[in-house]
Design a binder for this molecule. Structure first.
Ligand code: NCD
Length: 312
């Protein structure tokens, strides 16, 4: 499907855009970075709605920043309690109404699949800002742009994922997207209880013949991988507080653990960080998580331009 066509499109999962379209988005994001003034008014008169039924700092604010940097406006809510959901309104009704208040919408919801439901009723482009422990496709765009810009390309890489690989939606989306690139080898480091879901192993990883390894030996892989993608243990998705407390600090990246790590290692994290990366590492040139957050604004600007078919 051509992203430049006139009928509207949603962005619910990374499969919604082709490899070529992804390259197009990177190219546009790069042009925006090089010349932001050129894009400062392209969304003038357009409105973005941000419907966040679950807490967020980066995703919501970076979308709002992206829309404002394109000259557009934003409206929305950042917790379900302040919207009509608290009165019992369904997602279907909310999105139908929002479709006449805004030109594009970003939705985050604690339930997996809820954005798919909204997609059935929306009449404006709908973007998934994270659905439960399932997917977070625009974080993946951010991550891929970071890798492309800081590593030079997205092929031929060894990538480690560490932390909550069971509930971490950023990991699920990124693993899915990376499986489509050449010569990617993945290393999954997690406690037994938080392992990468079976559906990814027997699905996209197997179908694309991606070499992967599961291990609890964190230090060993730090010396092997080009990138380590750290994640926090997702407290809000646990049924049992004790279980969370037991697992939350199992893998912490600190300067001691980095001593024997690959000299060209790139340390990524979607943020927010809790305890899994110690603050002393922030000044290490290998730590790129704050740059990563910055790339998020540019790739979201590019996505908005494409989904709204804006003239640039
Ligand atoms: C992530 C999320 O919401 O899934 N944060 C983000 O959007 N950058 C990661 C997390 O909450 O741990």
């Amino acid at each position: 499907m051509d992203i430049n066509q006139n009928t509207f499109r949603n962005f619910i999962s990374n499969e919604d855009i082709s490899h070529n379209e992804l390259e197009d988005l990177f190219c546009l994001a790069q042009n925006i970075m090089n010349n932001p003034i050129k894009y400062a008014e392209v969304a003038k008169g357009r409105i973005m709605a941000t419907l966040f039924y679950e807490p967020s700092t980066r995703t919501r604010l970076s979308f709002e920043s992206a829309m404002m940097r394109l000259g557009g406006n934003v409206l929305g809510f950042d917790e379900a309690g302040t919207s009509s959901v608290s009165k019992g309104e369904t997602i279907a009704d909310t999105i139908r109404v929002i479709s006449s208040y805004a030109d594009i919408c970003v939705m985050r919801h604690p339930k997996e699949g809820s954005v798919d439901v909204a997609a059935e009723y929306t009449t404006i482009p709908l973007i998934n800002g994270g659905d439960g422990g399932h997917n977070h496709p625009t974080q993946t765009l951010t991550d891929l742009l970071t890798i492309k810009n800081l590593k030079g390309n997205i092929n031929n890489l060894k990538i480690g994922f560490c932390g909550d690989l069971k509930f971490g939606r950023t990991v699920h989306s990124l693993v899915n997207a990376l499986a489509d690139f050449e010569d990617i080898e993945m290393f999954f480091v997690s406690p037994d209880e938080l392992k990468i879901p079976e559906y990814l192993k027997s699905g996209v990883l197997k179908d694309n013949d991606v070499a992967f390894h599961e291990t609890e030996n964190f230090e060993e892989i730090l010396n092997v991988v080009d990138i380590i993608y750290m994640t926090r243990v997702q407290k809000e998705r646990f049924f049992n507080e004790e279980e969370y407390i037991r697992l939350k600090d199992i893998f912490v990246l600190d300067s001691k653990r980095l001593l024997n790590a690959n000299k060209n290692l790139m340390i990524m994290h979607p943020l927010p960080r809790v305890n899994e990366i110690s603050y002393e590492i922030d000044s290490d040139p290998r730590a790129v998580y704050f740059k990563q957050a910055k790339y998020g604004v540019f790739i979201r600007m590019a996505l908005i331009i494409k989904l709204l078919n804006l003239e640039v």
